[in-house]
Design a binder for this molecule. Structure first.
Ligand code: FES
Ligand SMILES: [Fe+2]
Length: 453
């Protein structure tokens, strides 16, 4: 097929230029895809004790997740019930109550209105609590949905829960958290995560411990990988780890799969050895690497000794915020039980390599020379599946469950214009520090690291 125009999505090809660069499409992505999906907001390790607060903004919506004095988690819109001010900026923290900075209305961590100065005695306080946001915990990961009626989530809980559960992320702490501003459309970051076509040429650290096989939608295999997978699966089954792949089944939004690491590698480290104490209820280190992907905004790896979560925040057509968080057992002591540099080196290197690839991808796609190109039928099946999921999600009204069928040649967003690339500013969007190792890494610093070799 010859591609002569860029405005209609063709299955099996990269998306039309406007789907990556257009402000109008980006706005639809926020309103339909993000507002209508379950989104990874963080993990319970980021809210370790009563009073912990985590705020996150996606498009026009912002959520405050809190742990109340009884230990229960809550999620509410970050919107004061007086005249609507934001209550707090993005990031983590610890609060006794939530106080609106404007006129000091005060809310309990359960969202109830506790104080409203100079409002008279007739104020119906019980009707002026913060507006709830849907919140679900899944084996230590926290998901929110801004829609009035969220899509189904029980199938994700049923598939992921038993496999992630033994890693006991609910008994971990944040060892490090890195924030990146990536100058690329969020869909490019997802596409990049959905294939390992690029791994061998670009991820030397990742490829030390990982096969570049086993991705959903990747038809490649070899005898060595299959032999290793069969042997490890037998071991995982014997350990009660239920190695059952569920990969975007029936056009769904999640994947869970336990993949084998290369011989001699117990975790995703450079040495092959463990870099932190074995997590939770695991019997030993022979657990491979559990992958949990949740569209549209997260992927996580749970290893024997640490977990890494990646959360995407769409900021503009050409800008995505990324938070990479490293979790270790909650009683692990830095310097004694783990070394921060050793713990993070594979995923800092791999993540930063990916951000550069995505930024280069975006720059080319945004140029006048771009035409959608063919996806590999061998290695990029999962990219194609993501495009189908995206087309369906972006075609739904705000807040609809993304379970309706779609026509393959539809114009996903129904918008006909290609407009100039907008570069939304990211300044000030990075959340406050949540824990040890919290860092903001900008593009210049990443470039500096690369030139250091
Ligand atoms: S807007 Fe919050 S107290 Fe006035
Ligand atoms: Fe990558």
């Amino acid at each position: 097929m010859t591609v002569t125009e860029t405005t209609t999505w063709m299955p099996g090809y990269s998306l039309p230029q406007r789907d990556y660069v257009d402000q109008e499409i980006f706005d639809l992505d926020i309103e339909r895809v993000f507002a209508g999906s379950w989104l990874l907001v963080g993990s319970v390790a980021e809210l370790p004790q009563p009073g912990a607060v985590l705020t996150w903004t996606v498009g026009r919506d912002s959520v405050v997740v809190t742990r109340d004095p009884d230990g229960s988690l809550h999620a509410h819109h970050n919107v004061c019930r007086h005249r609507g001010s934001r209550l707090r900026p993005d990031g983590g923290g610890s609060e006794r109550v939530l106080v609106c900075p404007y006129h000091q209305w005060t809310y309990g961590l359960d969202g109830s209105l506790r104080g409203a100065p100079h409002m008279g005695s007739d104020l119906p306080r019980d009707q002026l609590g913060l507006q709830p946001v849907h919140l679900r915990e899944l084996a230590g990961l926290l998901f929110v949905c801004f829609a009035q009626t969220p899509p189904a989530f029980d199938d994700a809980v049923a598939a992921i829960g038993p496999q992630l559960g033994p890693h006991r992320l609910d008994h971990t702490k944040v060892a490090a958290r890195l924030h990146y501003d990536v100058w690329a459309n969020w869909k490019m970051l997802v596409e990049n995560n959905r294939e390992c076509y690029h791994c061998r040429a670009n991820h030397p650290e990742f490829c030390q411990s990982n096969y570049d096989l086993g991705m959903s939608g990747d038809a490649r295999t070899n005898t060595r990988y299959e032999t290793t997978l069969a042997a490890r699966r037998a071991s995982w089954t014997a350990q009660g780890l239920a190695p059952i792949d569920v990969s975007f089944d029936a056009g769904g939004s999640f994947r869970v799969a336990r993949l084998p690491l290369r011989d001699g590698y117990l975790t995703e480290s450079l040495s092959g050895g463990l870099v932190a104490p074995v997590l939770g209820a695991l019997d030993g280190a022979d657990v491979g690497s559990l992958r949990v992907i949740s569209l549209p905004n997260s992927w996580s790896h749970a290893n024997a000794d640490y977990a890494m979560t990646t959360r995407l925040t769409p900021v503009g057509p050409a800008a995505t915020g990324v938070d990479v968080t490293f979790l270790v057992r909650d009683d692990a002591v830095e310097g004694t039980d783990y070394d921060l540099a050793e713990l993070t080196q594979v995923w800092v290197a791999t993540s930063e390599q990916d951000w550069l690839l995505c930024e280069q991808n975006h720059a080319g796609v945004a140029s006048s020379g771009y035409l959608p190109g063919p996806l590999s039928p061998i290695t990029e099946g999962s990219v194609q599946a993501f495009h189908a999921w995206y087309a369906r999600a972006v075609s739904q009204p705000r807040g609809s469950a993304s379970t309706v069928g779609y026509a393959e040649s539809v114009d996903p967003a129904g918008v006909g214009l290609v407009e100039s690339v907008g570069r939304a500013g990211l300044d000030g969007r990075c959340g406050g520090a949540v824990d040890r190792g919290d860092r903001h890494v900008d593009a210049a610093r990443r470039q500096e690291r690369r030139s250091d070799g």
